[in-house]
Design a protein around this ligand. Structure first.
Ligand code: NAD
Length: 526
């Protein structure tokens, strides 16, 4: 929708956005960002509604969590089959509510979610299976590790991928044996409701997956209802508030926050591939991607050729209403992003950057901003330091790769990064030095749809990981069960403490641990 309007009943409507808290509103109205037309409404749920949802979720989770993991996987695959079957409905709604191109609704939302469900359904029986841990010292005991469902997982999500992101976390949480309550963004509430309709239509337990639509306070109420785990995806500012609320209640959480992905083009980078990657990575989903290419550091050997080609390719992009035609770049989902884009451009141009193409909002119906390329940027400009989350790619010329790495790391954010070079081994070594949760060599964005690998940030981009074995196991409490190997009535480590046993242990300390001691030798052997 892009634009959020809170229905205050007789009091009339008040314009809003994600910054609006929705106090007093009974409904959220959703408008198509590409046309401005009203496409639907969702309830603005109260704290009491959320508490009731939590109670129902707890009851539903008991039976679900007791099922064997294989059975849970089989049921989640039933949900996958149902949403693949109804993909056109989902795609139509994604195109309307987000104004995103049909290809992106299909590939980056529905297909990615279907693949993730398939991957986790296959991996979970192995990843979540109890296993024995060989203890290095206490050989008289056996240890077993079990992965137990946490209980109810709260998934709080943003508006840029309103199907894929909440489904990513919901599907892994469900497979791990949890119930899930999703608080979708107030900017795109209808997609989550459609997902729920499909879940219910597939005959799956109604209270196991619930949607609490609403503004920020509904999200806050969800944390207040004390879920067992919170997966928050959104901006860093909101993330701080959510993490603080979780901290107060000691609720473990994952924070998937903002990004400022650098792209380093080395002197030997293939100009054509790098240019196409910059354009796709910068303008996919109209730049509203947490892992968008948000700044380019191009070695002086390739800078001019790369910039020229990026400008050419950007000018070839077709932008428009994706519900009417096949376009490359759609609308701006959340209207405030247009103001943010304009501020970045004014700041950069005011400080000497050159506007090479784009730079303006489109007049007329709908929220569109031209794909924009800026040259001659530097770290005095906000466009190089702050998250843009819109269709702007700023370029900076660098003299050495050292300079590129130093500038790439000169950021408070660290979600994704990209390195382009003909020498893959060299690129990998550079990638190791770039401070980010994930670094792709000669590619962009693809790890957002790679369920096999952990995804997440460092620094102010957050902590914890979605996806990968780490992400799936994080949906569980890890339980250690330790069992005796030999029956005995006494244990030498227990009472009584005698002088004799002390002398024995004191000698043992040296025998076990000092240089080349038994423990070290055993560790070396294992
Ligand atoms: P946002 O932080 O404004 O909102 C995210 C969600 O938090 C919404 O559902 C909102 O209603 C809810 N919320 C707001 N206040 C809350 C509170 N006090 N307690 C609980 N919930 C609350 O983010 P946005 O504008 O919807 O999304 C854009 C941001 O998301 C960008 O910064 C982007 O980088 C980030 N993002 C990160 C990832 C990732 O995986 N790291 C993915 C996509 C988007």
């Amino acid at each position: 929708m892009g634009q959020v309007v809170m229905d205050r009943g007789a009091g009339g409507n008040a314009g809003g956005g994600t910054s609006a808290n929705g106090h007093g509103a009974t409904r959220i109205k959703s408008y198509a960002p590409a046309t401005g037309e009203l496409i639907g409404e969702a309830p603005n749920m109260s704290a009491e509604d959320v508490r009731r949802a939590m109670e129902r979720a707890r009851r539903a989770q008991e039976a679900w969590g007791a099922l064997p993991v294989e059975e849970r996987c089989e049921r989640v695959l039933r949900f996958r089959d149902a949403f693949v079957e109804r993909a056109d409905e989902l795609i139509d709604l994604l195109v309307r509510e987000c104004g995103k191109p049909r290809h992106e609704a299909l590939l980056h939302e529905v297909l990615v979610a279907a693949d993730l469900a398939t991957f986790f359904a296959k991996a979970a029986p192995r990843v979540l299976a109890p296993h024995e841990l060989k203890l290095h010292l206490l050989k008289h005991r056996r240890s077993f590790i079990h992965y137990k469902p946490r209980g109810v997982v709260a998934v709080i999500s943003p508006w840029n991928y309103p199907f894929q992101l909440p489904m990513r976390d919901a599907i892994s949480a469900l497979i791990a044996g949890n119930a899930v309550i999703i608080k979708p963004s107030e900017v795109t509430p209808l997609i989550a409701l459609k997902a729920k309709e499909i879940w219910d239509g597939a005959g799956l337990p109604e209270d196991l997956l619930q949607i609490c639509t609403g503004f920020g306070p509904t999200g806050a109420a969800l944390i207040d209802a004390h879920p067992d785990f919170v997966v928050f995806t959104g901006g860093t500012a909101t993330g701080r508030r959510v993490a603080a609320a979780c901290g107060e209640r000691l609720i473990p959480c994952v924070m998937e926050l903002g990004g400022k992905a650098p792209l380093i083009a080395c002197a030997d980078a293939d100009v054509e591939r790098t240019a196409r990657a910059v354009v796709f990575g910068g303008f996919s989903n109209a730049g509203q991607v947490c892992i968008s290419v948000e700044r380019v550091y191009a070695h002086r050997e390739v800078h001019d050729k790369l910039l020229e080609r990026v400008v050419e390719l950007t000018r070839e992009l077709r932008q428009g209403d994706p519900s009417k035609e096949f376009v490359d770049v759609g609308a701006i989902i959340f209207p405030q992003q247009i103001d943010i884009a304009e501020k970045h451009i004014a700041d950069a141009v005011g400080k000497g950057a050159e506007l090479r193409t784009g730079g303006k909002r489109k007049e007329g119906a709908g929220q569109f901003f031209e794909p924009t390329v800026l040259a001659g940027c530097n770290h005095q400009m906000t466009v190089m330091t702050d998250e843009i989350f819109g269709p702007i790619v700023p370029f900076m010329r660098v003299s050495t790769e050292e300079e590129a790495v130093r500038l790439a790391n000169d950021s408070q954010l660290g979600l994704n990064a990209y390195v382009f070079s003909a020498d893959r081994d060299h690129a990998r070594r550079l990638a190791e030095r770039v401070e980010a949760g994930s670094v792709l060599v000669n590619d962009v964005l693809s790890n957002g749809g790679t369920p096999d690998a952990p995804f997440g940030g460092i620094k102010l981009s957050g902590f914890g990981r979605a996806m990968g074995e780490e992400g799936l196991r994080d949906m569980c409490n890890v339980k250690h069960i330790s069992v005796d190997r030999i029956a005995s009535q006494k244990d030498p480590l227990w009472y009584p403490y005698t002088e004799g046993s002390y002398t024995w242990f004191r000698r043992g300390l040296r025998a076990l641990f000092s240089g080349g001691g038994i423990v070290q030798r055993i560790s070396e052997m294992l």
